[in-house]
Design a protein around this ligand. Structure first.
Ligand code: NAD
Length: 456
């Protein structure tokens, strides 16, 4: 624990030396990060296979490829992002120059989960580095191969006084949270997010909380059903449903339910084969506790497809449940696994009324062709972000912030919003000394009548 204390202290010294500030230094670190990922690519594939049975295809598309893209985008825009941002000023500010300077916070902490253990540790760190901060990553204890590889790679590449990994269980997280950080970026469950915010408040440390929730996929009667089925199956069963923005459940129009479920079964067979438990590419469930929690949901409603499990290899078939109600246990918490319950509706307004009274999800997906209905969903419901006629894809656009709202989190990142998240916006007014407008000073009727005119 003393090590944690001295690490934070030495990172603070490093930050205060101002070495992290220059554009050149930041770019060198981003290049070093890219080189590190390239150098260790083989070991990264091995670690993710060990932790989650991820195939190289899945590791590249959802972890490595995402990071390369994020690095490329950041490197090509960093100079512009770092520039002072000039802003207009009212007439009362005649003679002044006004601008916003982007200032690094200082010593930052990134706490990450196990489901995309490389991506969710490194992607926030890219923002922290780009903005000129030092970084400590605390990865998840549930993905030990990737966490220890992260430690090894970063130790091998960076000065720990600037960028370090601290591995360990929850106690290590708790010890870290006793320290004073200048920014904390947390990805994980809503429950732990509340603890992070409480601990951060002791030092008034600002936080970003990337949390979870139950993200619905709403399928209206005029949706393109075969495409909807394919995109939902992909979004749900990538990483075996262990994705924060995976569609958690289906909310389908009664008229098209049977047809949609038929299409979905067809798509499962085509994407994951008829025997998914033996499919090399099927990601496993992270640990026994999570496996047991998930399999307990299999008695809810009626299994219309899948339902087989392999407790030795911690695998669960892509499963669809029907005859589900809001009272079933599977609807009481975020599922975070390859089980997809189905609810039905007859009027979109009823869905909106229902969801309005529930916690705001991290994502929402609406499938339907009518613009009016799409708009209704977008304006009536609050959620982190989402897609019309697709799933997950919104988070792969670096020009949009990715994050939750309410119970699904606060703040956002990716691309420029990562840079903004890790930067304090310092507002500066540079006043002229060539003249001094008199009206702000007390005294005289003229001053008051003038100021009333311009300020009202
Ligand atoms: P988790 O909250 O259990 O753990 C996340 C991290 O917090 C881990 O590093 C863990 O060691 C640490 N931690 C756990 N308990 C702690 C405590 N009491 N004090 C301090 N630190 C503690 O989450 P998880 O099981 O690793 O991940 C699953 C959750 O993460 C799901 O809810 C999922 O939706 C969410 N998630 C969100 C996003 C997003 O971008 N919004 C992405 C991935 C996962």
């Amino acid at each position: 624990m003393i090590q944690v204390h001295s690490l934070v202290a030495s990172q603070r010294e490093f930050f205060l030396s101002e070495r992290t500030r220059s554009y050149q230094f930041r770019m060198e670190q981003l290049h070093a990060l890219r080189d590190m990922l390239e150098k260790y690519e083989k070991e990264i594939y091995q670690a993710l296979e060990k932790d989650l049975n991820k195939s190289q295809f899945e590791t590249f598309t959802t972890e490595l490829g995402f990071l390369y893209n994020e690095l490329k985008h950041t490197e090509s825009h960093l100079k512009a992002w770092m520039k002072d941002e000039p802003v207009d000023a009212p007439i009362t500010h005649k003679g002044t120059k006004n601008f916003i300077r982007k200032e690094p916070y200082g010593v930052t902490l990134v706490i990450s989960p196990w489901n995309y253990p490389l991506n969710l540790a490194i992607a926030p760190a890219i923002g922290a580095i780009a903005a000129g901060n030092t970084v400590i990553i605390k990865p998840s204890e549930h993905s030990p191969a990737t966490s220890s590889l992260l430690n090894k790679m970063i130790k091998d590449t960076f000065d720990p006084n600037y960028f370090a990994v601290v591995e360990g269980e929850r106690e290590v997280s708790e010890a870290l949270l006793q320290e004073r950080f200048d920014y904390i970026f947390f990805t994980g469950s809503t429950e732990v997010g509340k603890i992070i915010m409480r601990e951060a408040s002791k030092h008034l440390t600002p936080v970003t909380l990337e949390l979870g929730g139950k993200s619905p996929a709403i399928i209206d009667k005029d949706a393109n059903l075969s495409l909807a089925a394919k995109r939902i199956i992909w979004g749900k069963y990538t990483n075996s449903g262990q994705t924060c923005v995976a569609p958690d459940y289906l909310y389908v129009h009664q008229k098209v339910k049977d047809k949609l479920l038929k299409e979905m079964i067809k798509q499962i067979k085509s994407l994951y084969s008829k025997n998914p438990l033996n499919n090399r590419d099927m990601v496993r469930i992270i640990h026994k506790g999570h496996f047991d929690r998930l399999t307990s949901f299999l008695s809810n409603g009626k299994i219309v497809y899948g339902g087989n499990t392999d407790s030795n290899r911690l695998k669960i078939e892509p499963t669809i449940l029907d005859d589900i109600t809001w009272d079933d246990p599977v609807m009481q918490e975020e599922i975070f696994g390859p089980i997809l319950p189905t609810l039905t509706f007859q009027e979109l307004n009823d869905v909106i009324m229902e969801l309005k009274h529930r916690e705001k999800p991290l994502a929402l997906y609406y499938f339907g062709e009518k613009e009016k209905q799409q708009e209704k969903v977008l304006t009536s419901l609050s959620f982190g972000g989402g897609c019309i006629n697709d799933t997950l894809y919104h988070l792969a656009n670096p020009n949009m912030p990715f994050g939750g709202v309410g119970n699904s989190g606060m703040g956002g990142y990716h691309g420029k919003s990562s840079f903004d998240t890790f930067s304090h916006q310092k507002s500066i007014l540079k006043q002229t000394t060539k003249f001094d407008l008199p009206f702000r000073y007390p005294g005289g009727k003229l001053a008051l009548s003038f100021i009333k005119k311009v300020m009202k």
